[in-house]
Design a protein around this ligand. Structure first.
Ligand code: SF4
Ligand code: SF4
Ligand code: SF4
Length: 261
């Protein structure tokens, strides 16, 4: 039997540790900008949104009560990500649950398609746990594709990574800030927010305006028509601010979408 120190220093353990530290560094340096600018699943959702617009179908939104209920799902999934491996360690769950979220994540099935690999699109009946997880994975993938077509960033509302990022957002170096004294509550920032974050317009008290559903896309900053109300800073140094002058120019950019797009 392998000694604990050998397991800890094995190539597999070291590669897991490197992956974990890389993600941690990303969270601490760039906050949730991973979601806005790097995540493959986020990008694929944006492509599906682009396709929907091309075929002229309007997108859906949640009502505020629906939004408030649905946003809690990501915390349930985060608990699954954390507790399932512990359950495996305690011998309560089969080994398949060690990577439960990876098993049910749409990325497991969709990303290999880009290299023509369809092997993940199957049900695994080797054990009861594998059958359950691969079935849930197929259902989630179907929901991801259909949901993202009709709802912008559909999956991001439920993503446990989003909840995990948020845990580190207070110590992150990149920050989304607001000067509420200058806010006119015009709502332009809310209108361009794919994540339907109402606080971005309504909250005039918080300086740190990043919320748990935020994908740090900065569209709100670009859409704000007032000087220095919304801004992004990096270690307290402003790198992108809302400005009256820039507003008109920015509104012509394709990336700024109105709610009725
Ligand atoms: S919320 Fe999740 S799926 Fe969405 S962009 Fe962030 S990490 Fe990717
Ligand atoms: S767009 Fe700017 S001024 Fe208008 S509600 Fe949002 S933060 Fe306030
Ligand atoms: S609050 Fe701003 S940065 Fe966050 S998701 Fe909405 S538009 Fe993007």
């Amino acid at each position: 039997m392998a000694r604990p120190l050998d397991v800890l220093l094995s190539a597999a353990s070291i590669s897991v540790a490197i992956g974990f530290v890389t993600f941690l560094l990303w969270f601490i340096v760039f906050n949730k900008a991973w979601c806005g600018y790097a995540c493959p699943l986020g990008t694929m959702q944006d492509w599906l949104t682009g396709l929907r617009k091309r075929v002229g179908i309007s997108y859906s939104t949640y009502t505020q009560p629906q939004f408030n209920k649905l946003k809690k799902i990501k915390y349930i999934l985060l608990a699954l990500v954390i507790l399932a491996p512990i359950g495996v360690g305690l011998g309560l769950l089969g080994g398949e649950w060690r990577t439960a979220f990876c098993e049910i994540c749409p990325g497991r099935m969709i990303t290999p398609l880009f290299v023509g690999d369809t092997s993940q699109w199957s049900l695994d009946f080797s054990t009861k746990s594998a059958a359950v997880l691969t079935t849930i994975g197929l259902i989630f993938t179907g929901l991801f594709i259909v949901g993202s077509f009709i709802k912008k960033r559909f999956f991001c509302f439920f993503c446990p990574m989003s909840a995990m990022h948020y845990i580190f957002s207070d110590v992150a170096l990149l920050k989304l800030r607001k000067d509420g004294d200058k806010c006119t509550k015009c709502g332009d920032c809310y209108n361009v927010c794919d994540m339907q974050i109402k606080d971005i317009a309504d909250d005039v008290q918080s300086t740190n305006i990043l919320r748990d559903d935020c994908i740090f896309c900065m569209k709100c900053v670009a859409a704000c028509p007032e000087d220095d109300v919304l801004y992004v800073d990096f270690i307290n140094y402003p790198i992108f601010k809302s400005t009256k002058g820039g507003f008109t120019k920015r509104m012509q950019m394709d990336s700024l979408e109105k709610k009725d797009d």
